[in-house]
Write a protein of this length. Structure first.
Length: 91
């Protein structure tokens, strides 16, 4: 990963880690189920944003490099990887 993307993702993950710890505290405090579910949804949305940021960096760095290399096999491999991960994330 490129340095700026890695730093941004690390910060996001640290925030998510705090959110997950907060969820555990909510559970222990017997908070209202809907409040907990709302926070779970917020964590899932935050993780999707992390996934998008990593994917964006991958396209901008790894896929772009494969395209610029002119190596058709590498280009196919990178596109296949990309399609596979996008397909898995949409399930």
């Amino acid at each position: 990963m490129q340095r700026n993307a890695k730093s941004s993702v690390r910060k996001r993950l640290q925030r998510i880690e705090g959110q997950v710890r907060g969820l555990a505290r909510m559970l222990e405090a017997d908070r209202y189920c809907i409040d907990i579910i709302t926070q779970v949804s917020a964590v899932q949305a935050a993780l999707r944003r992390v996934e998008e940021e990593i994917l964006k960096d991958h396209v901008a760095h790894c896929v772009e490099h494969a395209i610029e290399s002119g190596n058709k096999a590498e280009q196919r491999r990178k596109v296949a990887e990309l399609m596979d991960v996008v397909g898995r994330s949409n399930r």
